[in-house]
Design a protein around this ligand. Structure first.
Ligand code: SAH
Length: 354
């Protein structure tokens, strides 16, 4: 059974009815969990003790903050949270002029194996529940005392590989009785699980779908992303066309530039040719070097050139501004360095027995 904080309003209603309670109790409970970020039933002042007694066997999932690193450059905050089973995940708060944006993880680890990414190095530990995704936002709001305006599902994990929980997360996050974040202020990023993109299109959500494309053709994409062996670039782009047709939402293509791998003028022209008919926006990201990987970031001039070529073809392009570059660099590296530290401590204990 789902934990109580992962339940949608109608599920919470059904639970209250099954406990012999009035449906308005579901609304109260939902407000405590999702608007006030309550972490215990004691806080819920307007619920009768008899109900609290019935609920006490149903724990409220919440995350324990292990660490936060704060950038002196731009106020970016990287959080390390511990889940109830001891797994750790990472989330990031970025402050932009248009508001606060939180980047959340959707899985502990990842099994997609992208060659340039730190999050996948230890493999997938497990999927996160909707409540664990939500609580990253709630805990960060509680820690800063500031409202979160935007959420991007771009942290560790492949959100469409955890599809059902992702959908619960989206509905609860954007629902009126909860934080009520506008769907337009939500972005979900995927490496391109084509059948799931088709399924998601049917939900007709108003969120932004970001596709990690990173290469203009199958040959190059396969070097960077194992998922390219499953789905071709053409199939992926067709799914994007369908997504736009069903939702009217412009697609974002993410393209991480690695020197000498996918950043040539020819790559830019090939890419432009493939996506120029799609209502889209391209986000160029100079690749973040990861210690265990050999990719190097593209030269500034190659990035600028790449951008100009796309723009000449009428494509919208931005270069991703780097945030918090003074704190544990690329995606997944804070979690990674924590895991490395605890593993080496464990090895030390095994050898020296202290
Ligand atoms: N699994 C999802 C979301 C997580 S990754 C996805 O693949 O989209 C978020 C984005 O960061 C993706 O575009 C990913 O390809 C990119 N990324 C991961 N590691 C990176 C690195 N070292 N440098 C630049 N971009 C990276």
């Amino acid at each position: 059974m789902k934990d109580i904080k992962s339940m949608r309003p109608e599920e919470l209603n059904a639970l209250m009815v099954s406990l012999g309670e009035k449906p308005f109790r579901a609304r109260q409970l939902y407000g405590w969990l999702h608007q006030h970020g309550a972490v215990s039933y004691e806080e819920m002042k307007n619920l009768p003790n008899s109900l609290k007694e019935k609920l006490k066997e149903m724990p409220i999932v919440s995350l324990e903050q292990l660490d936060v690193q704060i950038s002196k450059l731009d106020g970016t905050r990287k959080y390390l949270f511990r889940l109830a089973d001891g797994n750790v995940i990472e989330s990031v708060l970025m402050r932009y002029h248009h508001g606060n944006s939180v980047c959340i993880s959707s899985q502990a680890g990842c099994r997609m194996g992208c060659r340039f990414c730190a999050s996948t190095l230890g493999g997938l530990k497990r999927n996160l529940t909707a409540s664990e995704m939500l609580d990253q936002v709630y805990r960060i709001q509680a820690d800063t005392g500031e409202r979160v305006d935007h959420v991007v599902v771009m942290g560790t994990g492949e959100p469409l590989d955890n599809y059902d929980s992702l959908l619960d997360f989206i509905y609860i996050l954007t629902e009126e009785g909860g934080l009520h974040i506008s769907q337009r202020n939500l972005t979900v990023s995927t490496c391109g699980l084509v059948p799931r993109i088709h399924e998601l299109a049917e939900e007709k959500l108003q969120m932004t779908l970001a596709i990690s494309l990173h290469a203009p053709n199958d040959g190059k994409r396969r070097i960077l992303m194992p998922i390219a062996n499953r789905y071709s670039v053409d199939e992926l782009l067709d799914a994007c066309r369908v997504y736009f047709a069903k939702t009217g939402r412009r697609i974002t293509f993410e393209y991480s530039l690695a020197s000498g791998v996918n950043d040539s003028e020819e790559d830019a022209r090939e890419l432009a040719g493939k996506i120029r008919d799609i209502n889209c926006h391209v986000n160029l990201i100079p690749v973040n070097p990861v210690r265990e990987r050999s990719f190097r970031r593209s030269a500034r001039s190659s990035v600028a050139n790449f951008k100009i070529i796309l723009e000449k073809c009428g494509i919208n392009v931005t270069i991703r501004r780097e945030m918090g570059s003074d704190i544990d660099g690329a995606c997944g590296q804070l979690r990674r360095s924590y895991l490395e530290k605890t593993e080496s401590e464990k090895r030390h204990e095994d050898i020296f027995g202290d």
